[in-house]
Design a protein around this ligand. Sequence first.
Ligand code: FES
Length: 114
Amino acid sequence: MSLPPLLLPKAITHHIDALQDDQDLVFSVQEYSFIALKHAGKLYLYRNQCPHQNKRLGTEHCLDDSASLIECQHHAAQFLPHTGRCISGPCQDMTLTAYVMKQDQSETFLIEAT
Ligand code: FES
């Protein structure tokens, strides 16, 4: 189920802007949890929800020890950071739900990517 556009608090956008390559951030907007990560100089945003059992991938960080894959803390499914596609684990070939940030005047919204 798609979420409506979510207003991103400025404090969160500052944290996202400050991410360096191979760093991630888990954050919440309303009751929804997301992850932001920088990989090869690009920012990626995903819903923090594993397609295996719809649990949160992680509570503080979601990148694995090598910082090259997103890893679920429950059953170790691993996802490519630039596509969100699961490459190993119980939900192989399923994908995380990607989001983008959209600027509207002075506000920033989190919107599901199409
Ligand atoms: S809930 Fe993520 S791998 Fe099972």
